[in-house]
Ligand binder design. Structure first.
Ligand code: MIC
Ligand code: SF4
Length: 643
C-alpha cells in the first residue's frame, strides 16, 4: 500500500514510534519559528536548558504581535528576542517585516521539511508542502535544542477539491465551508491533506489561507502537495532551488475522504462568536456594519490585497465604516506601493496599518460598543477584538472590500467588476530586514529589561493532589478566555505574575483572587477546553496560581500539551454526567496520584464535599507521564541532558 503525503513526511522524520494513529511518535524538526508574544518565554526556556546554539536547519524569530509600544515593555521584549536570536543562531525578522507565517512562506518555507512554531497558525506553511505544526513555546525551545517533537500520530483525512470556484468565491470560503461541515473540534487528532483536480487553480497564498484556518478545526496540521504551482511561487521568490515535487502515492489510503465541489460554494461568513458558525452571505443579508479589517496571517497576501485594491479603486469607503488594512508583509506592502495599488487603497479612505497582526490580536482598532466588524481574520471569539459587546464576522477580502464601500454586508458577486489578478512573475525580494545570527554567539549578552520576569516552574508531583473546584466552565473555552490578550495585556507576556491577575477573568473576574486565596485548586471544564491560541501562558498563569489539575470533557491538542509541559494534570470524564454533578467550591482529592497515573488505568477523584467518587481518564503516553511526574518538561529535559 502506498503512502499519503503526510505519512511520507512523518516517516522521513520519524525518530520514535510507528505510523499508527493514536500512538505516540517523535519526529525530527528541521525548522522552527517563534513570534514575539510567545517568543520571550521560549527563549527564556531555551536559556534555562543551557543550550549554546540551536540544532535545527533553520530557526527564525519574528516580531509581529506586540507592535504597540505604549510603554517600554514591548520594545524591551523585542531587544531580548533580538539578542537571543543573535546568541543562539536564529534569523531575526525585525518589527515591520511582517507577520511570521506570511514571511516564513515567502522567505524560508521549504517543501518536505518539518516546521514547529510557537503559534497555532504555523500550519500556514502547509500551503507550501511543509509538515508545519503549532506548539507551545517550550516544545519549540526543546526542538531548537535538538529534541524530537512528540505527538500522537494523527488520522489523515483527505479533502478532495474538485471543480472551479465561481468568480468572487475564494479560498477563504473553501475553509469556511470545511469549518461549517466539521466544526471547531472536527479536526482534533487529524491532519487534513488536500488533493483533487482543483489544485492547479489554487495559488500558494490561497492554499496557505486554507491550511492557516485548519487551526480553527483543532487539527494537528493541514498540507497541500508541492507541485508546479509551488514551484512557480518559489521561483517568483527567487528560491526555486528549495523546490521538490511531493505528492501522495497513487494508491495512498486515507482514514477518511471528504469531497468538496468548489463550484457549489458561495461567499460565506463565520458569524459571531465562533469560526464554525458559518452561513451564506446571501442568507445573512445586508446587515449594517461599523468596521472592516483586512489583514492577518489568513488573508493579507499580495493577491488578496490587489483584489481589495481593484474593488476599492475609484470608490470611497462608506461614511459609517472604518476600514483598516494591515498588509501581511513588507514584501506585500512594498509591491503595492510600487505598482500604485496602495495609492488606490489610500484614496478610497482605507487606514493603512503596519505589516503585523494588529487588530487580529486586539492590538488596536477595537470596534465601537455593540459594533459590527467584518474581518478577514481567522478567529472571532467574543472579546478578542477588544470590545466585549462587538460582533465579529469572518469573511474573504473580496466580501470585506465590497462591504466597506456599501456600508452593509455585501455579496461580492453583486459587484459589476471583473477581477483577474495573476500571481506576479517576480516578487520584490529584499531581505534587509532579516538579521542573520552571529557566527560566534557565545559572547553575545542577552538584553533583559525589567519586565522580563522568571517563568514559574513546577515541583515533582506529590503523593496526592487536592484542592477546591475554583471554577466550573462550559464548552469551547478558548485560550483567549483563559489568558486574555489585548493591547493592555500583551506587553506582559514575559511577566507571568502580572498576567496571572487576569487569568480566566472573562469567565469570572474573581477567579485569580479566589485561586490565590485558596492557594490553588482544580478547574472543571466542558468540551474542547483550551481551543485556539498556542499561548502556554494559558497553562503558566494557572500554574502560578496553584492549579493542579483540569477536569474536562475534552481538551484541545496544544493546550493539553502545554498543561502537561507545566506539570498540570489533564483528566477527562469517563461519564459526562459526573460533570453535571460537580459544583464550584467542592473539595476534591486525588489520592495516590503517582501510583494511579503510573498504573495507566482510570484515575479516581474523590469529591469530599459530596461524598462521591468520579472515574476519570488520563491517557498519558510514557513520556507525558514522566513529564507530569517530574513536575513539567523543563525538569524532564534537564534530567535527560544530565543522563
Ligand atoms: C493568536 O492568533 O491567537 C495568536 C496570538 O497568534 C496566538 C499566539 C499567542 O497567543 O501569542 C496563537 O495563535 O497561537
Ligand atoms: Fe497574528 Fe492573528 Fe495570525 Fe495570530 S492569527 S499569528 S494574531 S495574524
Amino acid at each position: 500500500m502506498g503512502l499519503n503525503l503526510a505519512q511520507k513526511l512523518i516517516k522521513a522524520h520519524l525518530v520514535e514510534g510507528e505510523l499508527i494513529p493514536g500512538t505516540e511518535i517523535g519526529i525530527r524538526i528541521d525548522q522552527t519559528l517563534t513570534q514575539d508574544s510567545t517568543g520571550t518565554m521560549a527563549y527564556l526556556q531555551l536559556e534555562a536548558m543551557g543550550i549554546k546554539r540551536v540544532k535545527t536547519k533553520l530557526s527564525a524569530a519574528y516580531i509581529d504581535h506586540n507592535m504597540l509600544q505604549e510603554g517600554f515593555e514591548n520594545a524591551d521584549d523585542h531587544l531580548f528576542i533580538q539578542s537571543a536570536a543573535r546568541k543562539y543562531g536564529i534569523y531575526f525578522s525585525r518589527p515591520g517585516n511582517g507577520i511570521c507565517h506570511q514571511v516564513h512562506l515567502e522567505r524560508f518555507g521549504v517543501p518536505g521539511q518539518t516546521l514547529l512554531g510557537s503559534d497555532s497558525h504555523t500550519p500556514t506553511n502547509g500551503g507550501i508542502g511543509m509538515l508545519a505544526i503549532g506548539a507551545g513555546g517550550l516544545d519549540v525551545a526543546a526542538a531548537m535544542a535538538g529534541e524530537p517533537y512528540y505527538l500522537t500520530m494523527p488520522e489523515i483525512v483527505n479533502i478532495r477539491l474538485t471543480g472551479r470556484l465561481a468568480p468572487f468565491v475564494t479560498a477563504k470560503d473553501i475553509i469556511l465551508e470545511v469549518l461549517r461541515r466539521l466544526t471547531v473540534k472536527g479536526g482534533v487528532g487529524k491532519i487534513f491533506e488536500y488533493t483533487g483536480d482543483a489544485l492547479p487553480y489554487l495559488s500558494v497564498p490561497e492554499r496557505a489561507t486554507i491550511t492557516n484556518m485548519g487551526a480553527e478545526l483543532g487539527a494537528t496540521t493541514s498540507i497541500f502537495p508541492s507541485d508546479e504551482v509551488t514551484r512557480e511561487f518559489l521561483r517568483a521568490q527567487q528560491r526555486e532551488a528549495d523546490w521538490v515535487e511531493l505528492a501522495a502515492d497513487p494508491d495512498a489510503e486515507y482514514d477518511q475522504v471528504i469531497e468538496i465541489d468548489l463550484s457549489q460554494i458561495e461567499p460565506l461568513a463565520a458569524k459571531p462568536h465562533s469560526p464554525d458558525n458559518v452561513a451564506k452571505i446571501s442568507e445573512i443579508g445586508p446587515i449594517k456594519i461599523d468596521q472592516v479589517a483586512i489583514g492577518s496571517c489568513t488573508n493579507s497576501s499580495y493577491q488578496d490585497l490587489m483584489r481589495v485594491a481593484a474593488i476599492l479603486k475609484g470608490r470611497t469607503v462608506h461614511p459609517d465604516v472604518s476600514l483598516v488594512i494591515s498588509p501581511g508583509s513588507r514584501q506585500v506592502l512594498s509591491m503595492l506601493a510600487a505598482n500604485g495599488a496602495l495609492a488606490d487603497l489610500i484614496a478610497a479612505g482605507a487606514r493603512i496599518l503596519e505589516s503585523a497582526c494588529g487588530p487580529c490580536i486586539g492590538m488596536g482598532q477595537a470596534p465601537p460598543t455593540n459594533g459590527i466588524s467584518l474581518r478577514t481574520f481567522n478567529r472571532n471569539f467574543q472579546g478578542r477584538c477588544g470590545t466585549m459587546s462587538a460582533s465579529v464576522y469572518l469573511v474573504s477580502p473580496e466580501t470585506a472590500a465590497a462591504s466597506a464601500v456599501a456600508g452593509v454586508l455585501t455579496d461580492p458577486r453583486t459587484l459589476d467588476l471583473e477581477l483577474d489578478i495573476p500571481m506576479p512573475e517576480q516578487f520584490l525580494v529584499n531581505d534587509n530586514m532579516i538579521i542573520p545570527p552571529a557566527e560566534e554567539g557565545e559572547t553575545v549578552e542577552l538584553v533583559r529589561g525589567p519586565n522580563i520576569k522568571p517563568f514559574p516552574q513546577n515541583v515533582p508531583l506529590g503523593e496526592k493532589a487536592a484542592g477546591m473546584v475554583l471554577i466550573k466552565l462550559g464548552d469551547h473555552i478558548t485560550t483567549d478566555h483563559i489568558m486574555p490578550s489585548n493591547a493592555k495585556l500583551l506587553p506582559y507576556r514575559s511577566n507571568i505574575p502580572y498576567l496571572a491577575e487576569y487569568c480566566l477573568t472573562p469567565c469570572d473576574p474573581e477567579f485569580p483572587k479566589r485561586a490565590a486565596a485558596n492557594k490553588g485548586g482544580i478547574i472543571v471544564a466542558g468540551e474542547n477546553y483550551g481551543q485556539g491560541s498556542s499561548r502556554e501562558h494559558a497553562a503558566l498563569a494557572p500554574l502560578y496560581l496553584g492549579v493542579k489539575a483540569v477536569l474536562a470533557k475534552s481538551f484541545a491538542r496544544i493546550h493539553r500539551a502545554n498543561l502537561i509541559n507545566s506539570g498540570i494534570i489533564p483528566l477527562t470524564f469517563v461519564s459526562e454526567s459526573d460533570y453535571d454533578g460537580l459544583q464550584e467550591s467542592d473539595q476534591l482529592e486525588i489520592p495516590n496520584i503517582r501510583e494511579q497515573l503510573q498504573a495507566g488505568d482510570e484515575v479516581i477523584v474523590r469529591n469530599l464535599t459530596q461524598a462521591c467518587e468520579y472515574r476519570m481518564n488520563c491517557e498519558l503516553t510514557e513520556k507525558e507521564l514522566a513529564v507530569i511526574l517530574m513536575g513539567g518538561k523543563i525538569n524532564w529535559i534537564k534530567q535527560r541532558q544530565n543522563d
